[in-house]
Design a protein around this ligand. Structure first.
Ligand SMILES: NC(=O)c1ccc[n+]([C@@H]2O[C@H](COP(=O)([O-])OP(=O)(O)OC[C@H]3O[C@@H](n4cnc5c(N)ncnc54)[C@H](O)[C@@H]3O)[C@@H](O)[C@H]2O)c1
Ligand SMILES: O=c1ccn([C@@H]2O[C@H](COP(=O)(O)OP(=O)(O)O[C@H]3O[C@H](CO)[C@@H](O)[C@H](O)[C@H]3O)[C@@H](O)[C@H]2O)c(=O)[nH]1
Length: 625
């Protein structure tokens, strides 16, 4: 077991958690520094997009803590324990190496000093364990982070609006049943406002004698940037109940974060404020996208150019340049559900106008997708009968293999309302099997086939077969691979299958990715090298420079299930679509509908394409469609 991490207050007094049902102290202003909690063992419940990267980064910077990550999914845990070829989330740059360091430990290495001497840097013991043992993980823990999914409820009261907290409640029951005295429960999932209070009530009801605290610690990482966001968050919110034990628990959590995050970034606020701030952050980001998308539609009809408008807006410091990229609408597992959650909250508080305001953000998102599809149909002579449409991009954004709530799905669904002859789908980062599963899922695209019995949707592992004889290519995800740049030196894909799975997860590619545009990896490298300084090492004892220390991996066993279930990512991240080659495949006049403003229209025209771009009036027909 790793050495105990001792978290103490400046005055060194001790205080244990109070019973949940106990009466709160008279004032929140009382002695907030008089607490000491001995955190040695942490459990993360949920090894998904949030739980696993959060646990890994926390384990990395806190080598003295033991971290268990537990999940009910056997397949997922098997992959977290596998050879790095099969690690989940291998599109999260830097994550694979951090997992290897923390899960496997490291070897001692020699370091060269300034005077050409050498000193041995000791290896590091493993302190991260993935398992399905929820009971064991919770039982040992001084602190439990709940990181399970909270999708929109599909049935019952609030269906289609409220968050489904079923998985969270199940995890809370497990905590109530098995947790030890004094446990700190940390809500990392995005939850409805009031959830911390409900969790407190649930636990006290199930186990009235247990002493515990509940903190809200919503996560703000974005997929594809998880490691960078976790290393350098804009802020860390710690929501607490304003009691002395609440403060003590918040202090214990803050002390763990300050092993790598500046104290000033940690905001201690009430549980309710933290819950509402998380929903509002996502709602406001979504709102900006919907706002700019309405303007892009106006641009298309007036001749104004969205790129110019965006630059003008973004250079106003009060507005800022982020989240002003017009497109076919926002996707992903969070924005829609969190806006709906906010609408549901406002409506349930009898604030109908406030709810309607946020609902409009989602209506505009749907409008934007329909508007784009209408434009496609209009340019293709008002009918898709006998037309083949090639979709470039399935994931909800670049840099992730995740296609939850992707707008591409909705575009294809809209297209299938027409008697379209054929739709092909190509995505450079999404597992082909996942795309096929989404098409076949209940409510998936095949349900559209009844409206369009002759339709034919196929998934391709390269862009060239997808666009063979296509009447139009639709760019729906902002993958860098789709850019058409005036650079004759840029490599093209001779055989896309040469650049396969795992490219982003081997140590070699970690280094090679460092010189690409990856700010995530650069950020890790710079953080790690900063921590080479003795002062930094003393502060947290954190391990540095994992690249020289990684333990060699054992090959997969002959019967490795994950080798047999091999995923197939078609292209590597630094290879562009060869648009010249595409131009030889598609049907004349070479329509390209750029839903993410990825291609350089001038360059594409030189190749003979007709491009219709978001937020740009058509140069091919003067009349509005
Ligand atoms: N995905 C993101 O980028 C992101 C970012 C910030 C916040 N969030 C929020 O974080 C939460 C988790 O999101 P996610 O994307 O990581 O979800 P996910 O689906 O990727 O992972 C959730 C995991 O929890 C496991 N799980 C469910 N119930 C369990 C239980 N009772 N015991 C043990 N394991 C259980 C599931 O098997 C799954 O692996 C959600 O509330 C989400 O809104 C997500
Ligand atoms: O200017 C922009 C920016 C984004 N998008 C789209 O918006 C969606 C969401 O993008 P992004 O926010 O980058 O991805 P997520 O991984 O969904 O992250 C969001 O949702 C997470 C889950 O709550 C939060 O933690 C993050 O802070 C929040 O950015 C994607 O479809 C993007 O293509 C645009 O259309 N225009």
């Amino acid at each position: 077991m790793a050495q105990a991490k001792h978290i103490s207050d400046p005055q060194g007094k001790k205080m244990s958690c109070s019973k949940a049902g106990g009466s709160p102290p008279p004032s929140v202003e009382q002695d907030q520094s008089s607490n000491e909690m001995d955190i040695k063992n942490i459990c993360f419940v949920g090894a998904g997009h949030v739980g696993a990267p959060s646990a890994t980064v926390l384990a990395f910077f806190n080598p003295a803590l033991h971290i268990n990550v537990v999940d009910i999914s056997e397949a997922l845990v098997r992959r977290w324990n596998s050879n790095s070829r099969h690690l989940p989330l291998n599109d999260e740059q830097g994550l694979c190496d951090l997992v290897r360091v923390t899960r496997d430990g490291t070897l001692p290495t020699l370091l060269w000093t300034d005077d050409d001497g050498a000193m041995e840097r000791p290896g590091r013991k493993p302190n991260l364990v993935f398992s399905n043992d929820v009971k064991g993980g919770v039982r040992e823990a001084d602190m439990v982070f709940l990181c399970v999914e909270t999708p929109t409820r599909s049935e019952g009261e609030g269906a289609g609006m409220a968050a489904d907290t079923g998985s969270l409640e199940k995890a809370v029951k497990d905590v109530a049943r098995w947790a030890k005295e004094g446990v700190i429960v940390v809500l990392k999932s995005t939850v409805p406002v009031g959830m911390a209070r409900r969790v407190r009530e649930m636990i006290s009801m199930i186990r009235p004698t247990l002493s515990f605290e509940v903190l809200s610690n919503p996560e703000f990482l974005a997929e594809g940037e998880a490691v960078r966001n976790l290393l350098e968050p804009d802020r860390v919110l710690i929501g607490l109940s304003m009691t002395s034990t609440g403060h003590a628990a918040a202090l214990a959590l803050a002390d763990i974060y300050t092993t790598w995050i500046d104290q000033e970034k940690i905001q201690k606020i009430s549980n309710t404020s933290a819950e509402l701030a998380k929903l509002t952050a996502n709602a406001m980001l979504a709102q900006r996208i919907s706002s700019i998308n309405t303007i892009s539609a106006i641009c298309e009809r007036t001749g104004a150019e969205i790129a110019e408008v965006q630059t003008a807006l973004g250079s106003d410091n009060r507005i800022g340049a982020h989240f002003l990229q017009a497109g076919i609408g926002f996707g992903g597992s969070c924005f829609q559900k969190d806006v709906l959650n906010l609408v549901h909250l406002a409506t349930s508080l009898d604030l109908r106008d406030a709810g309607d305001y946020w609902l409009q953000v989602l209506q505009i998102n749907r409008f934007q997708t329909r508007n784009f599809v209408q434009r496609v149909i209009s340019r293709l002579d008002g009918s898709l009968a006998d037309k083949k449409v090639a979709i470039f991009g399935w994931t909800f954004k670049k840099g992730t293999s995740d296609a939850r709530e992707t707008r591409s799905f909705h575009v294809v669904k809209e297209l299938l309302k027409e008697p379209v002859k054929e739709i092909t789908i190509f995505d450079p980062g999404c597992d082909l099997a996942d795309i096929r599963a989404a098409i076949r899922s209940p409510g998936g695209l095949e349900s559209g086939k009844s409206e369009c019995p002759n339709s034919n949707v196929t998934v391709h592992d390269n862009p060239y077969s997808a666009c063979q004889e296509a009447d139009a290519v639709l760019i729906l995800t902002d993958w860098e691979q789709f850019r058409c740049l005036p650079d004759p030196e840029r490599p093209s894909v001779a055989n896309p299958k040469d650049h396969g799975v795992g490219a982003a997860s081997s140590p070699a590619s970690y280094i090679s990715l460092g010189h690409t545009a990856s700010s995530g990896v650069r950020s890790i490298i710079s953080k790690l090298s900063i921590r080479d300084s003795p002062e930094q090492n003393d502060r947290s004892n954190a391990f540095t420079n994992p690249l020289g220390h990684l333990k060699p991996e054992l090959p997969c066993p002959a019967d490795c299930r994950d080798c047999n279930n091999k995923t197939s990512l078609p292209m590597s991240a630094d290879v562009q679509v060869d648009w010249k080659r595409v131009s030889t495949k598609v049907k004349s006049p070479g329509w390209v509908f750029d839903g993410r403003n990825m291609v350089n229209v001038g360059e594409m025209q030189k190749l003979g394409f007709r491009v219709e771009a978001i937020g740009k009036a058509s140069v091919w027909e003067s009349d509005a469609y």
